[in-house]
Design a protein around this ligand. Structure first.
Ligand code: ADP
Ligand code: MG
Length: 144
C-alpha cells in the first residue's frame, strides 16, 4: 500500500527529527531519494537519518566526492549526490546498484539523474521551501 505523509518543518532540527522518527519507525526501508532544489534541505535532512543509525559525525554534502560513506553506526550509511552526473550509465559505473542492494542505508540527492535505477521500495522525500526562509514542506512517499 502506498503511503503519503506531509509535514511543515519550521527549523533544521524539526526537519532532522522528522527524518529520525521515520527511520526509527521503518528500519526495513533502506533506500531514500531526496527531491528538492539546491538549499531545500536534503543534506540537512540526511543528518537526521544518520542520527537514527547512531552515526554522529558531521554530515557533509557529497557534491564533490559524489559518495560519502559513514561507518560506526549499526548499519553503514551511503550518502550519494548525483547532481554532477550526466546519465544513469555514469551512476552504474560508480557502482550505484551495489549501494542500493547492500545492507546499508543509501540516501541519494538528485535522484532524478538516475530515476529508473531506484527500487520500488524507495522512500521518496520531497523538500519544498516556503515563504519563511526557515520553513519547509516535507512530503514522504513510500510503500508499507
Ligand atoms: N526547516 C529547514 N529544514 C532544512 N533546512 C533548513 C530549514 N530552514 C533553513 N534551512 C537551511 O537551508 C539550508 C539547506 O541546505 P542543504 O541541506 O545543504 O540543502 P540541499 O542539500 O538540499 O542543497 C541550510 O543552510 C539550512 O540551515
Ligand atoms: Mg545537498
Amino acid at each position: 500500500m502506498s503511503v503519503e505523509r506531509k509535514y511543515i518543518s519550521k527549523s533544521v532540527e524539526e526537519t532532522q527529527q522528522i527524518a529520525f522518527n521515520f527511520v526509527k519507525e521503518h528500519p526495513e526501508l533502506k533506500v531514500y531519494a531526496l527531491h528538492g532544489n539546491l538549499g531545500a534541505g536534503k543534506t540537512a535532512l540526511t543528518a537526521g537519518i544518520a542520527a537514527a543509525l547512531d552515526i554522529h559525525q558531521p554530515i557533509k554534502s557529497p557534491t564533490f566526492t559524489i559518495i560519502n560513506e559513514y561507518a560506526g553506526g549499526g548499519l553503514p550509511l551511503y550518502h550519494i549526490d548525483l547532481y554532477r552526473l550526466n546519465s544513469p550509465d555514469e551512476a552504474l559505473m560508480l557502482g550505484f546498484e551495489d549501494y542500493l542492494e547492500s545492507n546499508g542505508v543509501t540516501v541519494v540527492e538528485w535522484p532524478e539523474r538516475a530515476s529508473e535505477l531506484f527500487p520500488e521500495d524507495t522512500v521518496h522525500i520531497t523538500l519544498t521551501p516556503l515563504d519563511d526562509p526557515n520553513h519547509r514542506e516535507i512530503r514522504l512517499f513510500f510503500y508499507s
